[in-house]
Design a protein around this ligand. Structure first.
Ligand SMILES: [Zn+2]
Ligand SMILES: [Zn+2]
Length: 550
């Protein structure tokens, strides 16, 4: 059933609308306030009667005069009105009326034309998620993290168009980031699309109310496959689990790009059936269920990997238990209790699925805790959960090979990164981690099931009050991070300065933060006890074949 939408949609949109109507750039806009004191955001051209039937025409005239005042000539330039809307927009980005997600109005987002080219790269497979609402520079950063500098040889052929030639650029992230932002995006290339389409004078700010995230699925070029990948954007979990994300990501990239894995068979191939090569990298313990980033992958063919759907095989659980016995950490702190209570109970596919579902609800409960931290502005503490220190090293694997359908290596060589590169990577991680956390809750999962009782809540509150007492120590950084995730435009250099200041503050407060984490761990233990008691309940036992664990 469709949810009834408030008139102004998401709260972030109403706040934005108020800022726009009060902004000097829109001074003199006709009929801004309606008869009941509300903002008249829309001015449809088909109003036949009433006091505001001419609003559309009057606003069009306002836009015409505005265009002239900024040097755009409406009589010779057929795109004058959208050009003007873009030129006078004071923020460069706007929230979506439907879901609240904030996107740039510029042509900064990849579209099907670009995706088609990316999918042709030999090292790209379905395990590299593509999203239409990821800023192109963030996508490049992610390609760099996974596949390394080799991507820069391929970028020119991804971005070239008949009208835009790609200059000779240095093969590093900085040079491409600058080129894309300053030269490529402003030319509105066909390989990219805007976060919001312009349509003055129908909307007061000159842009469609819904952004790229919520535009009609009937739009051209939007495949079903892509729609699905947007709806369940699983990358959010990557940021909030433990482990060395840099090493794990780099090894994942090797599975598709290193020829030593090309001939390895799918883990399930002994059971018969068709298992096309080359295989894909399967996280043995799914990140989305709270397992850590670990540089070890199972080789699964495309068919088996897409059929696995975030659940665990009984063999996965056995393998993870064996890895734990060697002293390695396979599960994140917030999921350890429920994992420890039930891992030995997994004997077959059904119990494997059951534990996967318990872990999913545990994770959702944890994500809600993170959301409360976000809402209350405990940004520095949240950042301490991101394992930014992993970015200080560039890992290389010695003796890399496939053994029994698993990746294997003898050792990892960790070369220190240059501070500049590491800070950029950290800054990007902070920004994306916070934005994706907000997105996750905005899309509020349909199956969302939050586990809570008095004891878990009381432990969580203790953690919150300790953080409250720490405010004096974290306030400066909290403020800076707030600027990054808020609507104020923050320069990349400010972001880098923050990334370089963070380790110090986190390490000075490490004892205090770890005491806060102890309270949260105790809270999550109470959550695990509740979940444990539901092991035989219908919610977890009953299952449909091929059920997807989100
Ligand atoms: Zn949206
Ligand atoms: Zn297979």
């Amino acid at each position: 059933m469709a949810k009834k939408k408030p008139k102004y949609g998401d709260a972030a949109f109403l706040e934005y609308a108020k800022k726009i109507v009060n902004h000097a750039n829109y001074a003199g806009m006709p009929d801004v306030i309606g008869e009941r004191g509300e903002i008249q955001w829309e001015a449809p051209s088909n109003r036949k009667t009433g006091k505001f039937k001419d609003t559309h025409h009057r606003r069009r005239e306002w836009w015409r005069l505005k265009a002239i005042s900024i040097g755009i000539d409406p009589s010779t330039d057929s795109t004058w009105i959208s050009k003007t809307a873009k030129a006078i927009h004071p923020f460069g980005k706007k929230p979506c009326k439907t879901c609240g997600k904030e996107l740039d109005i510029a042509y900064a987002y990849p579209n099907e034309h670009l995706f088609a080219r990316i999918r042709k790269l030999p090292y790209i497979d379905e395990t590299f998620e593509l999203s239409e609402v990821e800023h192109i520079c963030d996508l490049i950063g992610r390609l760099d993290e996974r596949f390394g500098a080799r991507i820069y040889n391929d970028l020119p052929q991804l971005f070239v168009t008949t009208s835009i030639k790609i200059p000779n650029l240095a093969k590093d992230f900085d040079s491409w980031d600058e080129f894309l932002r300053k030269i490529y995006i402003p030319q509105e290339p066909r390989m990219l699309s805007p976060g919001a389409m312009s349509n003055p004078p129908d909307r007061l700010d000159g842009f469609h109310s819904f952004n790229r995230c919520c535009r009609s699925t009937a739009d051209t070029g939007r495949s079903k496959e892509n729609l699905k990948s947007y709806v369940t954007d699983r990358r959010v979990f990557e940021y909030w689990v433990d482990g060395d994300w840099v090493a794990a990501d780099r090894l994942m990239g090797q599975v598709r790009s290193n020829s030593i894995f090309e001939q390895e068979n799918c883990f399930n191939s002994a059971q018969g059936g068709i298992h096309p090569r080359p295989c894909q990298a399967d996280h043995i313990g799914p990140i989305s269920l709270g397992f850590t980033h670990r540089p070890q992958f199972q080789l699964l063919c495309k068919i088996c990997n897409s059929g696995k759907n975030n659940r665990m095989y009984a063999s996965d659980v056995r393998l993870l238990i064996d890895v734990e016995a060697t002293g390695e950490c396979v599960i994140s702190w917030f999921a350890k209790e429920i994992w420890d209570r039930r891992k030995a109970a997994v004997r077959d596919a059904e119990t494997g699925l059951r534990l996967s579902k318990l872990l999913r609800d545990n994770r959702h409960t944890y994500m809600l805790l993170l959301k409360k931290l976000l809402d209350r502005g405990f940004y520095t503490f949240l950042t301490s959960l991101l394992h930014l220190e992993a970015a200080d090293f560039d890992p290389a694997f010695v003796g890399l090979r496939a053994v029994n359908h698993l990746t294997h290596f003898d050792s990892i060589e960790k070369k220190p990164r240059t501070t500049k590169y590491a800070n950029e990577q950290k800054a990007r991680r902070i920004r994306i981690a916070f934005a994706s956390l907000a997105d996750y809750h905005r899309k509020e999962n349909r199956n969302a099931f939050v586990i809570s009782n008095k004891r878990s809540e009381s432990n969580f509150s203790k953690g919150f009050s300790e953080l409250e007492k720490l405010r004096h120590a974290t306030n400066d950084l909290d403020q800076k991070i707030a600027e990054i995730i808020g609507e104020k435009r923050v320069s990349e250099s400010a972001l880098r300065a923050l990334a370089s200041a963070l380790p110090e503050v986190i390490s000075v407060n490490s004892a205090a933060f770890s005491s806060v984490r102890d309270h949260f761990t105790r809270g999550m233990r109470e959550v695990a006890i509740e979940l444990d008691s539901m092991w035989n309940s219908d919610r977890y036992v009953r299952s449909a074949p091929g059920e997807i664990i989100e």
